[in-house]
Design a protein around this ligand. Structure first.
Ligand SMILES: Cc1cc2nc3c(=O)[nH]c(=O)nc-3n(C[C@H](O)[C@H](O)[C@H](O)COP(=O)(O)OP(=O)(O)OC[C@H]3O[C@@H](n4cnc5c(N)ncnc54)[C@H](O)[C@@H]3O)c2cc1C
Length: 479
């Protein structure tokens, strides 16, 4: 959608007024609105669609909590905010220490707050490894906590907290959050797209312009405007300019159609600056079934390049770094297990020599890689890549399968992660690092914790959307 330059307060007549205006009602917006309301503010949410939910309602439903949540304790996992902090600091490129510290220290309280809003979690644990487990257990491993090298840095514990329903689950979180917004009486204008900010003579953001069907309306914000319009996966111009990886052939943009960067551009229009815009979470999962992790990932020269038990987004990032981005998962029959319906199985061969020839891998290279891997695996070792012991199983039972992990021929899911630069209180800052008075951003509109595929853990994005959404709402309300 078209975003206009800021309007002077002298050129508009406001149709309505609130203390805090929240633009967009996905996870970040709903949490910002609830928190601002709880802080005593009069809140108006302006939402472009007829019901809200955004990408948040489409999501798998992992939220990254830790530090000793009730669910972790119920399953015997001993976690602390400090271990969580060490882990997130280690996986995050250019980490913002202050934000990560707050996120970890407040995680247990944030989990409890989400439950109080009616978001359903249970006390059960899913022990396997699945990019999105189909059942409803809340706790599961969703990142690199138990994988080398990060298991050397912080005590490995699971921190993915799935919303407790079967299948893609985050819709149930959004149902609960939106129900709370409605129950506590927060005003929401649906079918209303904000397309400009209103500024006073001191540069303070004092309102918004929005289109509601054919009408153009103006809303005044006495205390602040919170931008929570989601990511920009559907904005071709922003993708082309900032996120070249997302423009590669084979990337399947993941996100609601409203993820077109409206909030990013609104922030930019008043002097906000972007951060981490090159980053995207791109993934071609090699599992489920979990047994495939016993296989090996190789490039077109038959060489391994990563411990295969690593998070699927991290494995994909390393695969994309290989010559011509060509990568295959090679495994034997028992490890291949059931077809999952998504994988790009190339074929299966009785011998590795035949497979190697048909894949165009230099003669002997894959055979040598597999021989070395098998010898080490038989001793429970992986000296080169340090894959976890439980996955070190020699690949010896034909036929041998090759699954394509090459971006282009194989489609990958991709999300944007960059956004407006903000303080730990979600204030949007300008190029000098100074907060723009009255302007906040959170969720996929801002850059907070999730920084790329290599360090990503499922749950970071909803985790930061809900947490920093709350901080935005509280600060805008003057708490
Ligand atoms: C299929 C899928 C699975 C995912 N799984 C996970 C997961 O398991 N865990 C995880 O952490 N992350 C996951 N993600 C990522 C995560 O869902 C998003 O990063 C996060 O939900 C973003 O939340 P948000 O509130 O910032 O934006 P959104 O949820 O997209 O909400 C933005 C809202 O703003 C509204 N809006 C947009 N423009 C305007 C405008 N101009 N005026 C008014 N309103 C506007 C939209 O209509 C929308 O309601 C997944 C994403 C997808 C697509």
């Amino acid at each position: 959608m078209e975003i206009s330059p800021p309007l002077s307060v002298h050129d508009v007549t406001f149709d309505t007024v609130a203390d805090v205006i929240v633009v967009g009602m996905g996870a970040a917006g709903a949490c910002a609105a609830i928190e601002a309301h709880e802080a005593g503010a009069n809140v108006l949410v302006i939402e472009r669609t007829s019901g809200g939910g955004g990408s948040s309602a489409m999501a798998g439903g992992y939220v990254y909590f830790g530090g000793g949540t009730r669910v972790q304790k119920a399953n015997g996992f001993d976690d602390t905010p400090q271990e969580m902090f060490k882990f997130i600091m280690a996986v995050t490129p250019e980490p913002n220490e202050k934000k990560i510290r707050l996120y970890c220290d407040d995680s247990v309280a944030h989990f409890d707050w989400m439950e109080r809003q009616g978001v359903p979690f249970n006390d059960r644990f899913f022990p396997g490894k699945d990019p999105e487990h189909p059942t409803d257990e809340t706790l599961s491993w969703t990142g690199n906590e138990d994988c080398w090298p990060f298991n050397q840095v912080a005590k490995p514990v699971p921190r993915g907290h799935k919303i407790g329903v079967n299948g893609a689950a985050a819709y149930a979180m959004m149902n609960a959050l939106i129900a709370t917004v409605q129950r506590i009486g927060i005003r929401v204008e649906f079918d209303s797209a904000v397309n400009a900010l209103v500024v006073d003579d001191d540069g303070r953001i004092v309102g918004v312009r929005y289109r509601q069907f054919d009408a153009v309306k103006y809303a005044q914000a006495r205390k602040g405007v919170v931008l929570t319009t989601g990511g920009y996966v559907w904005n071709e111009a922003l993708i082309a300019k900032y996120t070249p990886a997302m423009a590669l052939e084979g990337i399947n943009p993941h996100g609601a159609p409203t993820s077109d960067g409206a909030g990013h551009l609104l922030g930019l229009s008043v002097g906000g600056v972007f951060m981490n815009m090159q980053a995207a979470m791109i993934s071609i999962p090699i599992y489920a079934p979990e047994s495939r992790i016993r296989g090996i990932l190789v490039n077109k020269f038959g060489k391994r390049f990563i411990n295969e038990d690593t998070y699927h987004g991290r494995a994909t990032a390393f695969a994309m770094d290989q010559p011509d981005m060509v990568a295959y998962l090679i495994c034997d029959m028992p490890s291949f297990g059931e077809q999952n319906g998504y994988e790009a199985l190339i074929d299966a061969w009785e011998t590795v020599a035949e497979m190697e020839r048909d894949l165009g891998i230099p003669e002997g290279a894959l055979q040598e890689t597999l021989r070395t891997y098998n010898e080490n695996a038989a001793r429970g070792e992986d000296p080169e890549f340090h894959k976890g012991k439980k996955y070190l199983v020699p690949q010896v039972e034909p036929p041998f399968a090759a699954v394509n992990i090459t971006l282009g021929p194989v489609r990958a899911q991709g999300l944007t992660q960059g956004g407006l630069t903000t303080t730990e209180n979600a204030e949007v800052v300008d190029a000098a690092g100074k907060p723009i008075p009255g302007l906040y951003a959170a969720g996929a509109t801002a850059s907070n914790i999730a920084k790329d595929s290599r360090g990503y853990a499922s749950g970071f994005m909803i985790g930061e959307s809900t947490y920093f959404g709350r901080r935005a709402g509280a600060h805008a309300a003057g708490r």
